[in-house]
Each structure stands twice: as structure tokens, then as C-alpha cells.
Write a protein that binds this ligand. Structure first.
Ligand code: SAH
Length: 391
């Protein structure tokens, strides 16, 4: 391997790219263990081999040579579990147990919704190991069922030989409809078989809690609302009204059901809830005189690849400007980005610039990054950031 790749892997980065491999003892099969040697032929790391991806090896272990046996895997599950000890009480039954590379499981995500586990694979290297993985997870976490979800790139890769499809039930019974779980004491549903990601955006929990603390007596606009996560918290926090804005009728129907699930809460029952199905940029730009006192902007990733970064930054700036246009004096803007290709400072910069250009006086309240159950152990894994400003 090249010198640069050697020092990157040695420092703990989990990816070895195809272009950095100097020589290979034989052609490997997908998901096989690949041992990586340094330029002096000493053991450097061991990982999962992927002949079809530019990320040729996904590193599992670096340092001293070690057998990657069942005990080793069992220990890996145990570590992910113990890293989350004390993070959530019984009022939060939806959270992430395993966050891919950052938990030592490259390209594998494990989310929990009450007694349902959802394994989502972002690389096919796990397909030949799925049975072993399912047994291990079931042994440690004792779920009622385990669901498999596959990212689009795997679905497109023609891996029929593994006979695994998206939305397969690996263990237990197929759920009847969505799965109900709790987040911070609020009830939500997750469409674990068909929903985006694994059915819910678990990564925004901490931002939602902050929004709850800022919402008292405010008229709230939740743009890119999905199933109303931010809105439920705002309503519980005493918002006067919340408007969920999303392109997807399916997402808004979910928001409506999530409000229905929480009517036992007096503040939520008292909060006016509006659903707006529209393209967000268009809708925001078309409002004349309508005002909100708290605006949440949480668009989908606007840069799917590095080349889209500049355009994404302009779009974030535009979105912040549009959001600001609807913000009353004293109103709070919460702008989020989940684009891994856009760095947090660049994103904050775009929002701050939009704020400055508006000519309004503003106070930056805070910025936030990853949720504690979504650790980011290397730069490429950092995607979520949010900035809170009062105007
Ligand atoms: N804030 C949400 C997650 C947002 S995910 C939460 O806390 O759960 C992004 C959402 O944006 C999706 O629901 C998607 O349907 C919606 N969306 C994507 N493009 C959009 C557009 N141009 N206008 C409005 N909504 C859009």
C-alpha cells in the first residue's frame, strides 16, 4: 500500500481505497477478511474486503494481530452497548445502538424502536455475514424482531446471489404497519419496512429537545418536517401553533398520526397543528406577510457528492434567507444540515452570512453537532450540524 494510505490507516481511519493497494496476494471475495500489511510487510490492520467498491477494505481492527472470531464480534456488540449506558431512560426507546464505522461496524447501522431492531447496511460486505450478525445481535439485545434494510447502492448492485432484499424480516414476525416507540416521553411511529433511513430520524433528538425548550408561546414553522419530530417537542414545550411543511403527503400523514398518539399531553392537545404539503423553497418564498416566531429548517442532504458542495452552500444560504423572511421580531431560526460534504464551519458561515445580509440584528444562541448515540469517529462520518439564532 502507499505511504499515505499506511499512515491514514495507522491513525485509525477505517477505509482503505482501491487506489492505495500496491499488491494483493489473491483475488478476494466480498465480505472476506483481508489482512493489510505495511510497506515493511508487518501486520497493520484487518478488515472486510469489497472487490466492487472504491473502498476496497473497511477496517475492523488495527494494532496487534488478532483473530476476528466469534468472541471478538461478541465483544464488539458489547462495546457498542456499553458506550450507550446511561444515555437513555425508559422514556426513550428509540435510539441507535451501532453507528457504522464510528462504532467499529463499517457500513452497518443498528437502530432500535422499542422491541424492534433495524439493521441497515450501506455496504454489501455484510451480506455473507448476515446470519452470524443476526445471531449475535439477538443474543445480546433480545429483540422481538429484527428487520433488514438495504441502502440504494446495495439494491442496485445485483447481489441476488445473497437472496436478501430490502425490508426483509430476519427474525420474528412481520410488523403490522408501523412500530410505536418513545422518544423523550413522546410517542412516535416508525415505518421500519418502508420509511427513510430506518423509519425515523433518530439523529435529531437532542435538537428537538432544545427546540422544546425554546418554543413557549411561539408560532412554529417546521420546514422539511418529515413525521413532525420537531413539532411534537415544540407543542409539548408550549408552542401556540405548529405548522409542518413537507413535500411528502406520506410524511405529513405520519405527523398527523404522531400528534394523535400524544393527545394525552395537555400542551400538545391544546396546540394548533397545521399540515402544509409543498415544495419548501417555493412555499417559503411565496408567503406574503405570514409570520412565525420559531422556524426550523431541516432539509435533506443538499450535497450528495463533493462536487455539489458549492451549490449546497448557496442553497443553505438561500433557505436561511427565506426562513428569515417569515420570522417575527424576536423570532428564532434553527438551521440544520445533514450534508457530510459540507463542513460545519462552512455551513454555519452560510447561515451567518444570510443573517448579516438581512440587515437585522441577531444573536447566535448556540451551535450543535452529533447526537451521543451517533458518534463520529472520523471526518467523513461528521454530517449533522445545527445553528440557533435569534433575530
Ligand atoms: N426534520 C425531520 C427530518 C427531515 S428529512 C425530522 O426531524 O424527522 C427531510 C424531509 O424533507 C423529508 O421528509 C422529505 O420528504 C422532505 N423534503 C425533501 N425535499 C423537499 C422539498 N423540496 N420541499 C419540502 N420538503 C422536502
Amino acid at each position: 500500500m502507499t505511504a499515505a494510505a499506511e499512515s491514514i490507516v495507522r491513525s485509525g481511519h477505517p477505509w482503505l481505497f482501491a487506489g492505495s493497494v500496491r499488491s494483493q496476494s489473491r483475488a478476494g471475495k466480498i465480505g472476506e477478511l483481508a489482512v493489510i500489511y505495511d510497506r515493511e510487510d508487518r501486520f497493520l490492520a484487518v478488515g472486510l474486503y469489497d472487490p466492487d467498491s472504491p473502498i476496497r477494505v473497511r477496517v475492523l481492527h488495527t494494532g496487534k494481530p488478532r483473530a476476528i472470531d466469534e468472541d471478538w464480534w461478541r465483544d464488539r456488540v458489547g462495546q457498542a452497548v456499553s458506550n450507550r449506558r446511561g444515555l437513555f431512560d425508559g422514556r426513550t426507546t428509540g435510539f441507535r445502538w451501532i453507528n457504522g464505522e464510528s462504532d467499529g461496524w463499517p457500513g452497518l447501522v443498528l437502530d432500535c424502536y422499542d422491541r424492534t431492531l433495524v439493521v441497515k447496511l450501506y455496504t454489501a460486505v455484510w451480506l455473507p455475514r448476515l446470519e452470524q450478525t443476526t445471531v449475535l445481535l439477538a443474543e445480546r439485545l433480545r429483540p422481538e424482531r429484527i428487520i433488514l434494510r438495504l441502502s440504494r447502492n446495495i439494491q442496485a448492485a445485483g447481489l441476488e446471489r445473497f437472496a436478501r432484499k430490502d425490508a426483509t424480516v430476519l427474525q420474528g414476525a412481520t410488523p403490522e404497519g408501523s412500530v410505536i416507540f418513545q422518544e423523550s416521553g413522546l410517542w412516535f411511529e416508525a415505518d421500519v419496512l418502508r420509511g427513510q433511513k430506518t423509519g425515523f430520524f433518530l439523529d435529531q433528538r437532542e435538537n428537538r429537545r432544545i427546540v422544546e425548550s425554546l418554543a413557549t408561546d411561539r408560532r412554529v414553522l417546521n420546514a422539511f418536517s418529515f413525521s413532525g419530530g420537531f413539532s411534537l417537542y415544540a407543542a409539548r414545550g408550549g408552542a401556540r401553533s405548529v405548522a409542518d411543511l413537507d413535500l411528502s403527503a406520506h410524511a405529513l400523514a405520519g405527523a398527523k398520526r404522531n400528534f394523535a398518539l400524544n393527545q394525552a399531553n395537555r400542551a400538545i392537545a391544546a396546540c394548533r397543528h397545521e399540515l402544509i404539503q409543498a415544495e419548501a423553497f417555493e412555499w417559503l418564498g411565496a408567503q406574503r406577510g405570514r409570520k412565525f416566531d420559531l422556524v426550523v429548517l431541516d432539509p435533506p442532504s443538499l450535497a450528495k457528492r463533493e462536487s455539489e458542495k458549492a451549490g449546497a452552500l448557496r442553497a443553505y444560504g438561500k433557505l436561511a434567507k427565506l426562513g428569515l423572511g417569515l420570522l417575527s421580531p424576536g423570532g428564532i431560526l434553527v438551521a440544520c444540515s445533514c450534508s457530510a460534504h459540507v463542513g460545519s464551519e462552512e455551513f454555519f458561515g452560510a447561515v451567518r452570512q444570510a443573517a448579516a445580509r438581512s440587515g437585522r440584528k441577531s444573536t447566535e444562541l448556540r451551535t450543535t453537532r452529533h447526537a451521543p448515540d451517533h458518534p463520529a469517529a472520523f471526518a467523513e462520518a461528521e454530517y449533522l450540524k445545527a445553528i440557533y439564532m435569534r433575530f
